[in-house]
Design a protein around this ligand. Sequence first.
Ligand code: GRF
Length: 218
Amino acid sequence: MPPSRLAIAIGFFLSDIIIRTSMRVAVFASGGGSNFQAIVDAQKSGYAAIEVVLCVTNNAEAGVLQRAAREGIDSIVISSTSYSRAGEFARELLNALDECGIELIALAGYMKKIPAAIIQKFPGRILNIHPALLPEFGGKGMYGHHVHEAVLRSGTDRTGATVHVVDQGYDTGRIVLQREIPVLPDDTPETLAARVLDVEHQLYPDAINMVLLNEFSS
Ligand code: GRF
């Protein structure tokens, strides 16, 4: 049976939305890149209308580089230590982002502070994921196992993950989305980190979708 005119119209309508909301994304990561993978998988399954076109790292040994290569996504290693002036590091990053037409940056375990020039160029368009319920257990020095150790030391019975907009502070930008999980009596930093990471992999694509929705409905 030939498709009805209504079905064709709906098809055009949906493809128009998908084309208009497909955002070019750069993921910045310094480590294994499981969140990079979760974001790429959300694109591949059609869950998020994004196109991850660049992986940026400061660490030539980062596992995320292998993931990017496997996915056929361009990657670039830019280490701040190779530049004597902070401005040169920022310029190098900006050039790479410009060349790829990046519209949204997702920090996923990126261990360097983002230069102010980049925050100004991408207002509200740089996201970060943090493995705790900000504003608790955030700030300078609160990364990786330090976060989960502090959570356990505090005796709290809940933790989780947060996606927030990046500003010039440490973990201080506007919160986009959070998800909570219980801290279990026999949790160790390692078991907690693993359970929070599972949450992160769902949360990041959800938060990106929220940013896309706001962007195209305003
Ligand atoms: C995640 O726990 C994230 O919250 C933090 O760094 C870790 C990165 O893990 N910012 P992965 O490299 O994505 O596996």
